[in-house]
Design a binder for this molecule. Sequence first.
Ligand SMILES: C[S@@+](CC[C@H](N)C(=O)[O-])C[C@H]1O[C@@H](n2cnc3c(N)ncnc32)[C@H](O)[C@@H]1O
Length: 253
Amino acid sequence: MAELTLLSEATDPGRAGLDGIGSAVDEALGLPEGSCDVTWRQCLTGTGTVICLLTTDEAGYPDTDQQTRLHQSLSKALRQSLNQTAVNIQLAVTSRSFTPPLVVSRPIATVVGGRTEIRDDNWAEVSSVIRLDPEQFPAEALSGIEDFSQLEVVFHFDRVPVAKIETNARHPRGNKDWPLVGIFAQRGKNRPNRIGVSRCRLIEVSGHDLHVKDLDAVSGTPVLDIKPYMSEYGPRSATRQPQWATELMRDYY
Ligand SMILES: C[S@@+](CC[C@H](N)C(=O)[O-])C[C@H]1O[C@@H](n2cnc3c(N)ncnc32)[C@H](O)[C@@H]1O
């Protein structure tokens, strides 16, 4: 079972066109013919991109190869280039409740270099590059950033499998010595939406590359946003945190 919602500036291609798109999804995901329902919504996407929001249950959730095939099949069926076909896949919360995703983001940059393995501690001095996507942005999109010493980086934990997402409470790092706390009361990577937020040091700017240190995102991580850090955005009053958080962070940097 899968549901595909297409957001496009073009008009609805008609029943036969929608069925053809549904068949392309079925084939790419190895689903029986007729499994994918397709809905077309004409709306301003701003760039001519067709946004493809696919909601599927766990059994039909595509692996990496299927995701690539799905992207290719959809762009072919829609007669769009790959760049102009944005595919967003969401796991249905229950097999009876198919909720289309409300937010779609295209990564603006990628982390290059630094660590490759997922590891918890010792991120201080790890050097990496945040490479702005030259297809989407000229280097001028970074002009002036060199005047800041620190950046805030929003990124996608793309290496967290959907099946590992925690929606409830858990012991941070699985450590039973620490209390059971809700996923939104900790910063673990296995979180709904898989969004990470980090501060790092900006060392050098070169064209589309930001050379940084202390960024706790591994090589290949898709970056959703980059902001210069301004001290006024820091805490405006004294901070407090539980003892377990202080212990957890002891060797983080
Ligand atoms: C606890 S998270 C904290 C990240 C960020 N500072 C935050 O608070 O949102 C850091 C962990 O995410 C892991 N990690 C980094 N990049 C990742 C990626 N692309 N996918 C999955 N995990 C990643 C790191 O190995 C590290 O263990």
